[in-house]
Write a protein that binds this ligand. Structure first.
Ligand code: FUB
Length: 324
């Protein structure tokens, strides 16, 4: 019955290149998936890897939606580097959330002065059209650290923006979602908080540390709340490839407590892993990426999804990638 269902679906969907099987989107490379639920639909915001490069050479972002986690609608590419006059290259990981009927899509790019910065595009619809909300970066500190924004609005209305490679930062966003209050705060890293320590910019030392420590914060944070506990999933490091790990906290600003790896040692055919966790129609899902499309790899990554159940104590089980 199950096989029949997949064969039938694959046949029906072959014409539009969208499949119920992992990778769930097969018409484009779709790295760094960021899910958002709005009005009974799951939206997935992704990057766009370009085949044929040997780096993360990305110029635009994409949006898909699904109501059943099987059939995905392609909403095209509402924003690209051209949407941000101050952007030069590297349309890297991003996340979109809704507030008061407006949609805020936080992106990171390489700027014209060659650093990485975070910007925000706004729209009245989850699928656009979007426009650069500020005409300048929201976060720009003249460094390479400013990548991989994740945004979360707490029950009291306070929104938080976290981001960072090697180092993890956050700010409290104002209600307009396009400005912030106070200083940028760097999250203290410790073995207790993230499983290990990493000295920024020294890859060899990262690997050396692996002999001593189990894990380390690398990039790709994803912040959310469940049962009054805050969860921070992120790309950690295992050996020579990234894993997905997580920490929890009783508050949105820490202290964080390392909880372990969610997905590790999987044959993803990609050095990086990056994704998001979200509930939809009573089920919990992990979105992540692999390099498993034909012609895929570390620079040709695709969105994949696994359904999972939290353990009774709220911890996240180990999740194994599937191809179905
Ligand atoms: O997709 C480009 C970069 O690769 C992202 O910003 C990182 O999280 C990693 O997935």
């Amino acid at each position: 019955q199950r096989n029949f269902k997949y064969i039938t679906l694959s046949f029906l969907l072959a014409g539009i290149g969208i499949s119920a099987q992992n990778p769930v989107i097969q018409t484009h490379f779709t790295p760094d998936p960021a899910p958002m639920v709005y009005k009974g639909k799951m939206y997935v915001y992704t990057g766009d890897d370009q085949p044929g490069f040997d780096f993360y050479t990305m110029t635009k972002w994409r949006v898909y939606s699904t109501e059943d986690m099987v059939n995905y609608t392609d909403h095209g590419s509402p924003i690209s580097l051209e949407s941000f006059s101050w952007a030069r290259d590297r349309a890297w990981a991003a996340q979109c959330i809704e507030r008061n009927g407006k949609f805020y899509w936080y992106i990171c790019v390489q700027t014209v002065d060659n650093n990485m910065a975070i910007g925000v595009a706004v729209s009245d619809s989850p699928t656009g059209p979007f426009r650069d909300a500020l005409g300048k970066p929201l976060i720009s500190t003249g460094t390479w650290d400013n990548i991989d924004p994740t945004v979360f609005t707490d029950d009291d209305g306070q929104a938080y923006l976290y981001w960072g490679n090697s180092k993890l930062f956050y700010v409290k966003l104002n209600k307009d979602m396009t400005s912030y209050q106070g200083q940028i705060t760097e999250v203290p890293q410790s073995v207790e908080a993230f499983g290990g320590l990493r000295r920024p910019g020294k890859a060899d030392e990262v690997l050396q540390k692996q002999e001593k420590f189990d894990d380390v914060y690398v990039e790709g944070p994803w912040l959310y709340k469940r049962n009054n506990q805050y969860y921070m999933m992120y790309a950690g490091m295992t050996g020579r490839t990234e894993c997905l790990s997580y920490s929890t906290s009783p508050s949105p600003t820490g202290p964080w407590k390392y909880q372990g790896k969610i997905m590790t040692d999987q044959p993803t055919n990609s050095f990086t892993n990056h994704g998001g966790i979200i509930d939809f129609k009573g089920k919990s899902y992990l979105f992540y990426h692999t390099g498993l499309l034909p012609a895929g790899g570390s620079y040709g990554r695709s969105t994949a999804v696994e359904e999972f159940r939290y353990n009774a104590d709220g911890t996240i089980p180990k999740i194994t990638m599937t191809k179905e």
